[in-house]
Structures are given as structure tokens and as C-alpha cells.
Design a protein around this ligand. Structure first.
Ligand code: 5GP
Length: 116
């Protein structure tokens, strides 16, 4: 992938643009969404750019997908009592805007800025 094709999330991972990073492992990074849709709205993102969406990730590296779920659970436990929604927008007409696989971790009391 050329420099111009790198995703915005790769630039966050490389600390080229700022983000509020809340967790990092060898394979994943998690940071606050810039436009939160819930009291807790984090993005969990694999460091690799190999997968554009969750379907590619699930077939290509299911273990990495399981790591994403475990980190989402950990962050939701730390920040919102443990309950959470995990959203993978997949494809432009489903609302995906960044084609570097990522999980939205949404948590917090329903009715306080949450998606329906
Ligand atoms: P998608 O629409 O692809 O499922 O989700 C992309 C998400 O990335 C959106 O919720 C959007 O608010 C978030 N986002 C886009 N650009 C940035 C950025 O520069 N920093 C952060 N923290 N989040 C971003």
C-alpha cells in the first residue's frame, strides 16, 4: 500500500495524527471515536491494514477478530459495567467510511445519545 493509500487509522497508529488512545497491544489499538454516538464510543482497530472489513478479517484471521472482541469486552467492563454493542459497518451503503477494519464499541445508558 502506498503512502497516499494509507488509512486514517494507520496514521493514528503511527501517531501522525492525534487521537485519544485508550488501549494498545501488539496487534490492536483502541481510541475514542471523533464523533461519538453513545456515552462510550470507542474504535478497536487491528494494526494491520490487510483487512478492509469484518468479512475479510473473519476469513483471513479469526484469531485476530477474537482479540478484538476480548479488548472490546475489557474496555466496556472498565468504562460501562461490561455491557456493550459491537458494530462493524461493512460496505459504503451500510455506512462504512474507513476501509480498514474496525469495531465500534458502544456502551453506556441507552437514551443518552445512543444510536437507536
Ligand atoms: P465507519 O463509518 O467506517 O464504520 O466508521 C468510521 C468512524 O471513524 C466514524 O465513526 C468516524 O467518526 C471515525 N473517525 C473518522 N475519522 C476519525 C479521526 O480522525 N479520528 C477519530 N478518532 N475517529 C475518526
Amino acid at each position: 500500500m502506498s503512502e497516499t493509500e494509507r488509512s486514517i487509522f494507520s496514521r493514528i497508529i503511527a501517531r501522525e495524527i492525534p487521537a485519544t488512545i485508550v488501549a494498545e497491544t501488539d496487534t490492536l489499538i483502541a481510541f475514542e471515536d471523533i464523533a461519538p454516538q453513545a456515552p462510550v464510543h470507542l474504535l478497536v482497530v487491528p494494526k494491520t491494514e490487510s483487512y478492509r472489513n469484518v468479512a475479510e478479517l473473519a476469513s483471513g484471521d479469526p484469531g485476530l477478530m477474537a482479540e478484538m472482541v476480548a479488548l472490546a469486552q475489557q474496555l466496556a467492563t472498565e468504562r460501562a459495567g461490561g455491557d456493550f454493542r459491537l458494530v462493524f459497518n461493512t460496505g459504503p451503503s451500510a455506512g462504512q467510511t474507513v476501509f480498514h477494519v474496525h469495531a465500534h464499541v458502544l456502551a453506556g445508558p441507552l437514551g443518552e445519545g445512543t444510536l437507536a
